[in-house]
Write a protein that binds this ligand. Structure first.
Ligand code: DAK
Length: 257
């Protein structure tokens, strides 16, 4: 099945969801997020036993939320935008079967957050990963404030978010942000093999294992994600947010207050 910027393909029990907006390095706009939500639902209905998320092309997994779109958002628009991104990340996280992010290039901001919402992450050697929202005058708003510290620890997550640090694939693996780094040309085959191994496990047991692991933080996380969503939206309509996004779109350094 395909939408304008999203494809869903099945290989036996393994579904692959590919984001394809090559003119914007697969950055996520409203249309793409809505298509992702439909594709994830479709994969569930069709009984996928592993779901793989990746980006089209060789440069980007997902370069983030669409900055050109966000630049014009009001506080209430940012709230709706936040809801949409959260619902897609939550749909990935609560997908009944295991999910894998095949990180084939830049995974920034909302792109990193979609990878964080997957169960497992495999990166190509040339991937670069991070949450650089601070340099746009905002914060990560689709779950990184909660899901990143869980993977890399509190100090490393604070450094990444406060400084907008972008990690190369090896550093991301050392930090615990990705489970495996492979040569670029081996990413697809490595992920396929892993996906097949997961799909071959007893379905009820693996899905129950996933739900049981997720119980660890579920109740606490819901409240924290809600806080993040509102805190994010509150940063819209500030001088720093306008300056940060304008500077990116004008290809210059921002001058913050
Ligand atoms: N949005 C829109 N367009 C993007 C984009 C993005 N995130 N990233 C790249 N592009 C576009 C560029 O504008 C450029 O378009 P044209 O000029 O060709 O029309 C094209 O993709 C190619 O990009 P570059 O020319 O910049 O390519 P380079 O190879 O030089 O650099 C790069 C690649 C990935 C290093 C660079 O593009 C980059 O730094 N991109 C931005 C990365 C970033 O800051 N990502 C985080 C976005 S903020 C929310 C919650 C969460 C969020 C939003 C809301 N709520 C709760 C409301 C999430 C926020 C984010 O994700």
């Amino acid at each position: 099945m395909s939408w304008d910027t999203v494809r869903l393909e099945f290989r036996e029990d393994v579904a692959t969801l590919t984001i394809d907006r090559s003119d914007a390095l697969n950055a996520l706009n409203v249309e793409t997020l809505e298509a992702m939500a439909e594709a994830i639902e479709q994969a569930k209905t069709d009984g996928a036993r592993t779901l793989v998320l990746t980006g089209a092309g060789e440069t980007a997994f997902i370069a983030g939320a669409d900055i050109a779109y966000m630049q014009e958002l009001s506080v209430s628009g940012a709230r709706e935008w936040g809801e949409l991104g959260h619902s897609v990340a939550n749909a990935l996280e609560s997908f009944p079967a295991p999910t894998i992010a095949a990180i084939n290039g830049y995974a920034f901001g909302g792109g990193c957050e979609m990878a964080l919402a997957c169960d497992l992450r495999v990166a190509s050697e040339s991937a670069v990963i991070g949450n650089p929202e601070i340099d746009l005058g905002i914060i990560p708003g689709w779950g990184a404030t909660q899901r990143l510290p869980r993977l890399v620890g509190d100090e490393a997550a604070r450094r990444m978010i406060y400084l907008g640090e972008r990690l190369d694939a090896e550093s991301a693996a050392e930090a615990g942000l990705v489970g495996e780094v492979v040569p670029d040309e081996d990413l697809e085959s490595t992920v396929s093999e892993l996906a097949d191994r997961l799909a071959a496990k007893p379905e009820a047991a693996i899905q129950t294992a996933k739900r049981a692991i997720d119980q660890r933080y579920e109740s606490q996380q819901a409240a924290a994600l809600n806080y993040e969503k509102h805190a994010f939206a509150g940063l819209f309509d500030t001088d720093d947010q306008r300056e940060g996004m304008a500077a990116f779109l004008e290809d210059r350094e921002p001058e913050f207050n």
